[in-house]
Design a binder for this molecule. Sequence first.
Ligand code: NAP
Length: 295
Amino acid sequence: MERVGVIGLGIMGRGMAANILKAGFPTTVWNRTASRMTPLVEAGAAAATSPADVARHSDIILTCVSDTPDVEQVLFGEDGVVHGAASGALVIDSSTISPNATREFAEKLAGRGIAMLDAPVSGGSEGAERGTLSVMVGGEAASFERALPMLNAIGKTITHVGPSGSGQSTKLVNQILCVANMLAASEALLLAKASGLDLERTLQAVGGGAGGSWMLNNRGPQVIKRDFRPGFTIDLQQKDLRLVLEAADELGLPLTLTSMCHGMYNVLQRQGLGEEGNHALARAVEQLAGIVIEG
Ligand code: NAP
């Protein structure tokens, strides 16, 4: 079995690392804040001292950190992956970052004999924990085949979508759907509340119909219970929407709904709510209407 290293044990990375370990891969982990490694070490993973140290002990290196500069840092920075990885290693980046930067990183790694796949994921913290993520993979077909046994440990729907960068482009497509569905769920619950409907029964009635969505079914119940703890923070959601709008700008596209959601999230960030979950978009809708969606 290939040895797997996981760099970044945040909300998503820790679930993925736990499932890789459970699937029987010899697993080495590293996280910038060292205390986040403890539960995985207790479950049987080895702790590394740096990304380079992870790479020294791994054939496949999975990264899941916040943003484009963070991926650059863990791959190419001081003590980065390139300083420990052997030629023939495979880097799989499951962070959501710029497709253009991804292609540059893949080329730089290829120059050192290291292959790279972009493999951003969707399915929330729940999907990471349960190993049911959707994984959108860009890169060479041979690397995809090599990665499949490990990707099967973290995901349920694993799709090779095209060459390097196209996994990230697909993830941006996915992010439009997430925020648009969250806005729709918020407005729907607002009308339900203002109409005097029982919110739980409303969710039950419409969740399985043509208007249902992952956001409605998973985040709708949290909104009505006023639980805005993050599965995915507003700050990271805004990072993704910026990437979507940059891509739209490059291509000259009018993504009006996405631009509107980005603006509404800006309001929430100004109110200091950036660390709440992205379902707090409902709060912006509530503020416009002067109604709280509680049920
Ligand atoms: P998170 O909980 O905030 O975790 C971020 C992780 O990145 C932490 O382990 C953090 O280390 C590490 N990190 C950030 N900057 C770093 C740097 N410069 N050097 C080293 N480590 C660094 O975020 P998350 O929700 O797991 O998201 C991680 C990635 O997955 C993001 O790109 C996000 O867009 C994507 N994603 C998230 C979700 C979701 O629902 N949460 C779904 C799909 C995709 P520390 O512990 O030291 O801070």
